[in-house]
Design a protein around this ligand. Structure first.
Ligand code: SAM
Length: 373
């Protein structure tokens, strides 16, 4: 018997052969199981092979501070979590980590931290970008992931040499966003969206994504997230499963409706779908996948992801950048992370490309189209 999907008229295989997906198509695919799920993964992996190749680029991840001014209800480093030792790497430690990435021919680093908006913070990041560019003779690419900032600050950092920015919108459904954040100006959905638009307008390779398997989240929400990312014309995508952190209000409420395994499955489906919908963007294999499945990141690489972020934060700080429970690689050194990831990636039949930025091809195409206009 041919399995029919939710809209009762079209099979998943038929939907997968379409050029564009409707919201209802996406819902059908997100509900796919068995052979239909395998067809989805097969199609996504063929598209990755055709447009990107079986390649992976590294972004050496430096989680340089867990000091955060926000209180997101799901996040382990939220301001209100008092069961946490706060740290802030000094500039020399950050530069040493960047040098490790450079010496090991990682094309790029990613600087991530809690969210602080201040003059000092803006100056510090600008200064660090300059120093990293100088140390690597302009060769290390720099991705930033330090949250919401003013357009002026984003511009200063772009001029200094950061060229990619990852700002997850967490959910594109504003009422779900409200449920997972405190209801105040510091956690404003419209501001987050505005920041993403500002980043794109300034000229960054702009990345976003959502958490998958959040309490209150529906399959319709996830389909809406995919449509948003396509319409916004993102260059990079970073999506991962939501995982409880015991010291957060969302985990304490305990109302997650999906098992971890279901969240993992849905994340793989979302990654496969965004690869099919946006063939030439960069997609991160999120570390959170490995918290659920030991070979989670490899599975993501197989079905569409092409970016992996080895953690190069000095080991003694890692325990304090715990966004969720069971975060993997907490006591590895940067060297351990590299050799372990390289072996893992080859298990996924992919090759790590060293010494290249691995920029989003989508961004290049988008820029060329903009110049023609
Ligand atoms: N503050 C910056 C920002 O918000 O863009 C960057 C740091 S923030 C901790 C990085 C990401 O961690 C968030 O965008 C969120 O998606 C993810 N995250 C936080 N708590 C999580 C959890 N419990 N499960 C899965 N991902 C989580």
């Amino acid at each position: 018997m041919v399995k029919k999907c939710l809209n009762m008229s079209t099979t998943v295989k038929e939907i997968l052969s379409k050029e564009e997906f409707t919201q209802s198509d996406l819902i059908s695919i997100l509900n796919a199981e068995g052979d239909d799920k395998i067809s989805l993964y097969k199609k996504a992996s063929e598209i990755k092979e055709k447009y990107i190749g079986n390649k992976v680029w590294f972004r050496g991840l430096i989680e340089f501070s867990n000091i955060c001014g926000k209180d997101c209800l799901y996040c382990g480093i939220r301001k209100g979590n008092k069961n946490l030792v706060r740290y802030n790497l000094d500039d020399d430690e950050i530069l040493a980590a960047a040098k490790f990435a450079y010496d090991n021919r990682y094309g790029s680093i990613a600087l991530q931290s809690g969210e602080i908006e201040s003059h000092d913070f803006a100056d510090r990041i600008e200064n660090l970008i300059n120093k990293i560019k100088e140390m690597s003779m302009g060769e290390l690419g720099i991705t930033l992931s330090v949250g919401e900032q003013s357009p002026e600050v984003y511009k200063r950092w772009f001029i200094a040499g950061a060229h990619r920015y990852l700002l997850r919108v967490e959910s594109t459904n504003s009422s779900l966003y409200r449920k997972i954040h405190p209801d105040n100006k510091k956690h404003d959905f419209d501001r987050r969206m505005e920041c993403l638009k500002n980043l794109q307008n300034i000229g960054y390779q702009t990345g976003t994504g959502v958490m998958i398997g959040l309490p209150y989240q529906t399959i319709d929400d996830l389909a809406g997230d995919l449509i948003f990312m396509k319409e916004f014309d993102i260059d990079m995508c970073g999506m991962g499963p939501y995982i409880e952190h015991a010291d957060t209000p969302l985990a304490i409420q305990g109302n997650a409706s999906l098992s971890l395994k279901d969240r993992f499955d849905l994340t793989l489906k979302m990654i496969a779908l965004i690869r099919i919908m946006m063939k030439d963007i960069n997609i991160v294999a999120a570390t959170a996948l490995q918290a659920i499945d030991p070979v989670g990141r490899e599975k993501a690489v197989k079905i569409g992801a092409n970016i992996v972020m080895p953690n190069i934060t000095p080991g003694r700080y890692r325990d304090s950048y715990k966004l969720y429970d069971n975060k993997p690689c907490m006591d590895d050194s940067a060297e351990d992370c590299q050799s372990c990831l390289e072996a893992r990636i080859s298990l996924a039949d992919a090759e790590v490309i060293y010494g290249e930025w691995g920029d989003s091809q989508h961004y290049e195409r988008r820029m060329k189209a903009k110049i023609k206009r």
